[in-house]
Design a protein. Structure first.
Length: 321
């Protein structure tokens, strides 16, 4: 009998990713429905503050797998440990945030255990005691509901999809013996871009610049607007390909998927591949000087105008609020 809904706890520099809390909150509801337990799996170096944060989100049990070699994420190390834990405890499901590391881990573990993987899910429900996941297909044009016949089902969860709701519990801590197996990668150094802005996939507001921004120097305009709104700055592939922004800022099919409360597209035409990365934004606002631009078909609000006039005006107005 498989038992437990597991959520992988992605953390870095003593901070747990927001998507973990969002996933735990949704998984708590599902666990209550099927009277199962909600477990967090913390691999790497843990500490009281990480455990404390998890206990705020309704976790029944925390599996701790600690080992110095797991201090930073490596595909081999985390896959070996997670696969062994799953073999030992046989959970019903493993939910992982759809982040860069999360996608890597989910695919590796699913392959290792020859079990089903559903990616980039935006909904979870219980139908006939089965976990059923909603996921966008055809670049967000449609959604499907899917379940897996194999156990455990592994699913990656799109950030910013579920609300993180606090629900204090006193979780049982299970320290597991950690044999990390053969690890072929060694992380020598991690060079981080220092930014005061939120991470693109976790931001509540995203301001994106397309080819209409006309050059790298003009991203400053978008940064000013993003800063007033506490948001992050994204880029279309055309801007990235032109060398105006790094690939880490690209939104779309071959970039990042974002689901902010507000998505402001500036000088973006609204190609299907761009749509794939931002269609689940709660409110889409477009600024484009072409009234026929495709982006207006999907936008909730739009301004037909020159972004070089509109964006500074918006920034000034938002500053007054
Ligand atoms: P354009 O299509 O050139 O649009 C620029 C817009 O700016 C126009 O609508 C124009 O009217 C407007 N504009 C110009 N000047 C101004 C101004 N002064 N004020 C206001 N508006 C102005 N694209 C992505 O974005 N992300 C992806 O991940 C991605 N993956 C892809 C994967 C594949 C396999 C393929 C084939 C394509 C992919 N693309 C992706 C590319 C995609 O098809 C489009 O080419 C790209 O999104 C266009 O970017 P854009 O909207 O910035 O540029």
């Amino acid at each position: 009998m498989t038992k437990g809904i597991w959520v992988f706890v992605e953390h870095r520099e003593n901070l747990i990713k927001k998507v973990v809390f969002e996933t735990l909150s949704e998984a708590r509801k599902i666990a209550d429905q099927i009277e199962d337990e909600l477990c967090a799996v913390l691999i790497g170096k843990s500490n009281d503050s990480l455990v404390e944060s998890l206990s705020e989100y309704g976790v029944d049990k925390i599996y701790l797998a600690e080992n110095d070699v797991l201090k930073t994420y490596t595909t081999d190390g985390f896959t070996n440990v997670m696969s062994d834990l799953i073999r030992k405890y046989e959970p019903r499901a493993l939910l992982i945030g759809c982040t860069i590391n999360g996608r890597d881990l989910a695919a590796q573990v699913a392959q290792r255990l020859a079990t089903g993987l559903l990616t980039d899910c935006t909904g979870i429900e219980v139908i006939d005691s089965q976990l059923v996941f909603t996921r966008p297909i055809y670049a967000g044009k449609a959604t499907v509901k899917a379940s897996c016949k194999t156990n455990p089902v592994i699913a990656t969860i799109r950030p910013n999809t579920f609300a993180a709701v606090q629900n204090k519990k006193d979780p049982k801590i299970v320290k597991t013996v950690t044999d990390c197996g053969n690890i072929r990668q060694v992380v020598i150094d991690a060079v981080r871009q220092v930014s005061q802005r939120p991470e693109l996939t976790e931001a509540n507001v995203v301001v994106t610049g397309g080819r209409g921004i006309k050059g790298p120097e003009n991203f400053k305009l978008l940064e000013e607007l993003a800063d007033v709104l506490g948001g992050a700055v994204g880029a279309s592939r055309a801007s990235v390909d032109a060398g105006w922004a790094p690939h880490s800022m690209q939104v779309g099919q071959t970039g990042k998927t974002v689901s902010p409360t507000l998505y402001i597209a500036c000088g973006v035409s609204g190609a299907i591949q761009h749509f794939a990365g931002m269609s689940s934004s709660k409110c889409i606002f477009a600024i484009n000087n072409d009234p026929e631009a495709n982006i207006f078909k999907i936008a909730d609000y739009g301004i037909v105008g020159d972004l070089f006039e509109v964006v500074p005006l918006l920034t000034e107005e938002f500053k007054k609020l």
